[in-house]
Design a protein around this ligand. Structure first.
Ligand code: FES
Length: 105
């Protein structure tokens, strides 16, 4: 039987203001925690196209633009919105528990 997923605490929800992102490194993962209008979304931080860091990207609504070559991803789904990115970014369903943003891994 596969091991039950573990809940990982990433940060305080209050630390990520709406329209911003925070980079969190934990358990061998480098993640970007986004606050899109009060809803939290978590993706891999490393752009699938190169060395860009999505937590340092430009955020407009639910789209993040990579700070490196300006490729864009949908923060909710991970889908590519604009090239040169081709590969979707990995997303992790996020839940706020006791004021902390958490994911299951
Ligand atoms: S590294 Fe992100 S668009 Fe190229």
């Amino acid at each position: 039987m596969p091991a039950a997923p573990k809940r990982l605490e990433l940060c305080n929800a209050a630390d990520v203001a709406p329209g911003t992102a925070l980079k969190v490194e934990t358990a061998d993962l480098t993640l970007a925690v986004f606050n899109v209008g009060g809803a939290f979304h978590v993706t891999d931080d490393h752009c699938t196209h190169g060395p860009g860091s999505l937590s340092e990207g430009y955020i407009e609504d639910d789209v993040v633009e990579c700070n490196f070559h300006n490729g864009q991803f949908n923060i909710r789904t991970g889908e590519v919105v604009a090239p040169p990115c081709m590969v979707p970014i990995k997303t992790y369903p996020a839940t706020v528990v006791d004021g902390k943003v958490t994911i299951k891994v």
